[in-house]
Design a protein around this ligand. Structure first.
Ligand SMILES: Cc1cc2nc3c(=O)[nH]c(=O)nc-3n(C[C@H](O)[C@H](O)[C@H](O)COP(=O)(O)OP(=O)(O)OC[C@H]3O[C@@H](n4cnc5c(N)ncnc54)[C@H](O)[C@@H]3O)c2cc1C
Length: 301
């Protein structure tokens, strides 16, 4: 089995290599089985080494950010789950900040607010790491991660480290368009503003979010992408799905595009509920809802 060679192949890597690590505690949804291998590299060169080794050993490689947009299969995932929490530097140079992929958005927002740099507060309340926010081009009605992006440092699928300027990237709605490249660092250009003014916008966004979304419950945020010109949540509600549940997972009564886990739910329940909701929306409106959430360890979906 190729994975048995992994520890030896990563002997020169700075960081941790663990086997059979439960993923559920790291996922916002608190669902999912273990990772066959869980690797936490120390720096960019170490990430690059992991990518090259996985390629050589033909091991599937998954990158975990904040775990806020992923459903892991109940039986877990084969291969390597890479976690970049060691890439946690924030460096400011005038109006630019360069941030490691493992920095959480809330800590980045706190740092930029204190530095009097505005722009990122439109991402308030998104429970992501910077790498995951870039990969998904996370955003709100007020704007997206790519709005203030200048460049990215990535590890390419062949293990080379490269810099991609914003102009070389093709972000779309909830998709940074990076393919299999791994973000290790991002640089944003922000605007100077008074910390109090930034904080006021931050607080207003947070309050609006608390009113309209089940932020204290276990979810993955929006399950489905908004179809062009409409909102998935509106369609789900109008199709009469707001009270639906499959065992421990139910449609949130606060926001119908959020499914919440009551702590007994499984990935199987989540997928079964998605299937039912999708069928009802298709039958009612002829609209095919596409998943925004990512699935790991499932047969091809
Ligand atoms: C309560 C709640 C509210 C939310 N609100 C919003 C919202 O308002 N707007 C919004 O857009 N999303 C929202 N989301 C969804 C989620 O937060 C975003 O999709 C976010 O970008 C995911 O980031 P993450 O770091 O948690 O990534 P993960 O969930 O860990 O991963 C998501 C995807 O990104 C990939 N990825 C992660 N890190 C990297 C990396 N370094 N390089 C390359 N690929 C990587 C993963 O492989 C995976 O495919 C919400 C989720 C929750 C639970």
């Amino acid at each position: 089995m190729p994975g048995s060679d992994l520890r030896a192949a990563l002997a020169d890597m700075r960081g941790a290599v663990r086997q059979g690590v439960p993923l559920a505690p790291m996922m916002h949804l608190r669902i999912g089985g273990p990772a066959e291998w869980f690797v936490e590299p120390f720096g960019e060169q170490d990430v690059a080494l992991v990518v090259r080794v996985c390629r050589e050993l033909e091991l599937p490689l998954y990158v975990l950010g904040g775990g806020s947009n992923v459903v892991v299969a109940d039986q877990g995932v084969r291969g390597v789950v890479l976690h970049l929490s060691s890439l946690h530097r924030i460096v400011r140079e005038q109006n630019r900040v360069t941030v490691g992929a493992g920095v959480t958005l809330p800590s980045l927002l706190r740092a930029t607010k204190e530095a009097g740099l505005a722009g990122l507060e439109k991402l308030t309340g998104i429970p992501a790491m910077v790498g995951g926010a870039v990969a998904m081009n996370a955003g709100t009605r007020d704007g997206e991660t790519f709005d203030h992006l200048v460049s990215l440092t990535v590890v390419e699928p062949d293990g080379r480290i490269g810099v991609r300027a914003k102009e070389q990237l093709q972000p779309r709605y909830r998709d940074g368009g990076l393919g299999d490249a791994i973000v290790v660092q991002a640089t944003f250009e922000l605007e100077p503003d008074a910390p109090e003014a930034i904080f006021a916008r931050f607080s207003a966004s947070l309050q609006a979010r608390n009113r309209s979304q089940p932020v204290t419950q276990r979810s993955v945020g929006c399950v489905f992408r908004n179809p062009p010109g409409d909102a998935a949540g509106r369609l789900i509600e109008a199709a009469g799905c707001k009270t639906m549940s499959v065992r421990g997972v139910r449609v949130s009564d606060k926001h119908a595009n959020y499914f919440v886990n009551d702590d007994t739910g499984t990935a199987g329940d989540f997928v079964a509920l998605m299937t039912e909701v999708r069928e009802r929306v298709r039958a009612e409106f002829g609209v095919e809802l596409a998943a925004e959430v990512k699935f790991w360890g499932f047969p091809e979906r």
